[in-house]
Design a protein around this ligand. Structure first.
Ligand SMILES: Cc1cc2nc3c(=O)[nH]c(=O)nc-3n(C[C@H](O)[C@H](O)[C@H](O)COP(=O)(O)O)c2cc1C
Length: 181
C-alpha cells in the first residue's frame, strides 16, 4: 500500500487550508493510500525553534516523512512565501530526506499576487532536501474556500476539479515510481 504524508504548515487550527488538506486526504484514502499528517504547529515549539533533530517528536515526524512515497506540502502564503512555521520543520528534515518521493505543494493565499511563491520560495528548499519529483501543485485563494456558519467549509467546484486533477497525477506518479523500484 502506498503511503502519503501531509505536512501542514499552517499555524492556525481553523485555517481554510484544513478544508483543502481534508479533501486531499479523502481522495488519497479513496485511492487506497495510507495517509498520515504532520501538523507542524502541534510539534513542541522549542524543538522546532532550536532545531532539535534528536527530539522524539521530531524523530517520529521525520519517520512519517521517511516512510512516505508521496508528500503533500500544504501552507498558507505569509509575506509572499510559505509560513515560518513550515520552514522550522523543513529545516529538520535530514539531507536527502525527500529523495525519491513525489511531492505535491498545496498553497492558499489571500490573493493571486504571490502565485509564484511555490516556485521561487518552496521549490529551491525542497530541492535542497533531495526532492526531484515536484508536481505543479495547486495555488488557491481564500475566496475559493467559503467558511460555513457550522464551522465547516465549502470548496468551489473549480477548486475541486483542480485538486482532483493534481491528486490524480500524484497517485499515478507515485504508483509509477513504486513500480520502478
Ligand atoms: C501573517 C499573514 C501574512 C499573509 N501574507 C500574505 C501574502 O503575502 N500574500 C497572500 O496572498 N496572502 C497573505 N496572507 C493571507 C493568507 O495566506 C490567507 O488568508 C490564508 O488562507 C490564511 O491561512 P491561515 O488561516 O492558515 O493563516 C497572509 C495572512 C497572514 C495571517
Amino acid at each position: 500500500m502506498a503511503k502519503a504524508v501531509i505536512i501542514n504548515g499552517s499555524p492556525t487550527a481553523g485555517s481554510r487550508l484544513t478544508a483543502i488538506m481534508d479533501y486531499a486526504e479523502r481522495s488519497l484514502t479513496a485511492a487506497h493510500f495510507e495517509v498520515n499528517r504532520i501538523d507542524v504547529a502541534q510539534l513542541p515549539p522549542e524543538d522546532l525553534i532550536r532545531t532539535r533533530f534528536e527530539s522524539e517528536h521530531i524523530v517520529k515526524a521525520n519517520g512519517l516523512v521517511a516512510e512516505a512515497d508521496a508528500v503533500i506540502i500544504a501552507s498558507p502564503v505569509y509575506k509572499a512565501s510559505y509560513t515560518g512555521v513550515l520552514k522550522t520543520f523543513l529545516d529538520l528534515i535530514p539531507e536527502k530526506g525527500l529523495a525519491g518521493k513525489i511531492i505535491l505543494p498545496l498553497f492558499i493565499g489571500g490573493s493571486l499576487a504571490h502565485l509564484l511563491s511555490m516556485d521561487y520560495a518552496l521549490k529551491p528548499v525542497l530541492s535542497s532536501i533531495g526532492a526531484r519529483y515536484i508536481l505543479g501543485g495547486v495555488y488557491t485563494v481564500d475566496a475559493q474556500v467559503a467558511r460555513r456558519e457550522d464551522g465547516g467549509f465549502d470548496i468551489t467546484e473549480v477548486l475541486q476539479e483542480r485538486l482532483d486533477s493534481s491528486i490524480e497525477e500524484l497517485v499515478e506518479e507515485t504508483q509509477l515510481r513504486m513500480q520502478r523500484i
